[in-house]
Design a protein around this ligand. Structure first.
Ligand SMILES: Nc1ncnc2c1ncn2[C@@H]1O[C@H](COP(=O)(O)OP(=O)(O)OP(=O)(O)O)[C@@H](O)[C@H]1O
Length: 294
């Protein structure tokens, strides 16, 4: 369990994380989304004690990271896959981590096998591709068999097989009752992996919703030959074709009844599911710090 309460981080005059309050529960994959510069990595760094909060608290299992006894056994994290000594082999990197936390070398071999890195474990980490570095980073996060996992863009650099592998891994870690917190810019991947989504914009919480709710709610499509009277009584209706209206804020049933009262013929009455990407674009339309105007 990760608990944030009023978490705020400022760098000089810049507020990177702004009054963030949320609880991440075990058994769930929570996706962390937001435009570049939204504050995702900062929030993760503060949770992991790598940066001090300006105000508010970040607790893992009720304790601050700095107060955890052997932190890798409580929380495993991957923030920057390239943050490995380039001259060290993958195996030695993991062994050094294991030594610092009283973890056996046999566990090192287990996580190497789990991440498909056994064959590459003798090579120097500096020679790894980005995808291999990501796998080594994930191996490091899993080393202490922690109840909480925090991964910043773990699919970055992975090939399609690797992307599928991480999806299956994250789902199975959550199924084992762990708390999984994962950031990504890959919307379609989040749609398939996460149960819940947290969207950040300019440091503030824009949405905290289950995946189903975020993907729903794009309105109801209505098609018919003479819809003008219907558009007149439904202020949220907009024309999306010559004989087509899209109506938000009403159910299909309510719209069907109004059409019947007005004596209108309908060809089609259909709820439209929006993709996660569309919902995300709507939510973050005014909060992209960098990027083209939309
Ligand atoms: N050490 C720092 N000093 C000053 N400003 C910082 C520092 N770290 C982050 N920031 C600023 O805080 C804001 C949030 O950055 P952060 O890296 O957390 O965003 P992000 O959501 O992870 O972005 P991305 O998706 O690009 O990784 C940005 O405006 C960034 O410039």
């Amino acid at each position: 369990m990760i608990t944030l309460d009023g978490l705020t981080k400022r760098y000089g005059g810049k507020t990177a994380v702004d009054d963030l309050t949320l609880e991440l529960t075990p058994g769930t994959v929570t996706g962390f989304l937001g435009p570049n510069g939204a504050g995702k990595s900062t929030a993760m760094r503060v949770i992991l004690g790598l940066d001090a909060p300006t105000c508010g608290t970040a607790l893992i299992g009720g304790r601050r990271y700095a107060d955890l006894d052997r932190p890798l056994r409580t929380v495993g994290a991957l923030l920057d896959a390239r943050a490995v000594h380039p001259a060290r082999s993958g195996r030695d990197h993991l062994r050094a981590m294991a030594l610092s936390q009283d973890i056996s070398f046999s566990r090192v071999e287990e996580v190497l096998a789990l991440t498909g890195m056994t064959d590459a474990a003798r090579r120097r980490a500096g020679t790894y591709s980005l995808g291999m570095s990501q796998r080594l980073g994930i191996a490091g996060a899993l080393l202490g068999d922690p109840q909480v996992l925090m991964l910043d863009e773990p699919v970055n650099g992975l090939d399609p097989d690797g992307v599928r592998w991480i999806r299956t891994l994250l789902r199975s870690l959550a199924a084992e009752g762990r708390t999984v917190f994962v950031s990504s810019h890959l919307m379609s991947e989040m749609e398939r992996t996460a149960d819940r989504l947290i969207v950040l914009g300019r440091g503030r919480l824009l949405a905290d919703e289950s995946m189903e709710r975020l993907a729903a709610g794009a309105g109801v499509r209505v098609r018919g030959p003479r819809l003008l009277p219907l558009a007149g009584v439904l202020p949220a209706a907009r024309w999306t074709g010559p004989e087509e209206l899209t109506v938000t804020g009403h159910t299909s049933e309510q719209i069907g009844r109004r059409a019947h009262e007005l004596g209108l013929v309908l060809y089609e009455l259909r709820p439209v599911e929006s993709s996660l990407e569309e919902s995300y674009m709507r939510l973050t339309a005014n909060s992209a710090e960098y990027g083209a105007q939309r």
